[in-house]
Ligand binder design. Structure first.
Ligand code: SF4
Length: 202
């Protein structure tokens, strides 16, 4: 029954997030205050995946709650999307020192958690926020990515962790904060990804 299945998934996810909070698989655990497994719902069947937690996220143990997160939340709400209705997480679940880009070995160590989240939550669409996320996700579809500009604003159909889904790529909201000129493209990407008008496949 659906209720039983949803309950089972909630328990699976809770257990997974407990593992993440206690994880010591890569050196990033030494610097964290809190691991940030992710949060939200699957009402829309969409996951948003960023790069890694920042200072505010590390403090609170919640994803996208700092300035970049506030921009993301506002951008979603302009589309009528409630933050609670999408599942928000990162490729790497612990904050890298000084907010540096996660290293390849850290991404590799942490990726199984994201794959498990995808397996449990079964999204129909995963929005990759920024290059690190796009590279990590599209690699699992057998697609190499070198520049964000090659894939930004596009969606790719494929299978990750046994789930048929679309990976759609846009900027990381922190990049939009740094360069407000990107705001228009970021907003229009999200409008397409949440509006269902997916004409931009390769
Ligand atoms: S970043 Fe990921 S792999 Fe590294 S310690 Fe945190 S949860 Fe574990």
């Amino acid at each position: 029954m659906v209720i039983y299945s949803e309950y089972t998934h909630a328990v699976d996810l809770q257990e997974l997030h407990e593992q993440i909070r206690n994880c010591t698989k890569c050196p990033l655990h030494r610097h964290r205050k809190n691991a940030v497994p992710g949060e939200g719902g699957m009402k829309l069947g969409v996951m948003l995946v960023g790069e890694a937690p920042g200072a505010v996220e590390d403090e609170q143990g919640r994803p996208f709650v700092g300035p970049a997160g506030q921009l993301l939340t506002k951008s979603l709400s302009q589309l009528g999307v409630h933050r609670e209705d999408v599942f928000i997480t990162n490729v790497v679940k612990c904050r890298p020192p000084e907010n540096r880009t996660p290293r390849e070995d850290e991404v590799e160590a942490c990726m199984p958690y994201l794959l498990k989240q995808i397996e449990i939550l079964k999204p129909r669409r995963v929005v990759a926020l920024g290059l690190v996320s796009a590279v990590a996700l599209l690699r699992h579809m057998g697609r190499g990515v070198e520049r964000l500009s090659d894939v930004r604003g596009r969606c790719f159909k494929g299978r990750i962790a046994g789930i048929e889904l679309e990976v759609c790529v846009t900027y990381h909201p922190a990049a939009v904060l740094r360069n407000p000129k990107l705001r228009g493209e970021f907003q229009s990407d999200l409008a397409v990804f949440f509006g269902g008008g997916l004409e931009r496949y390769f």
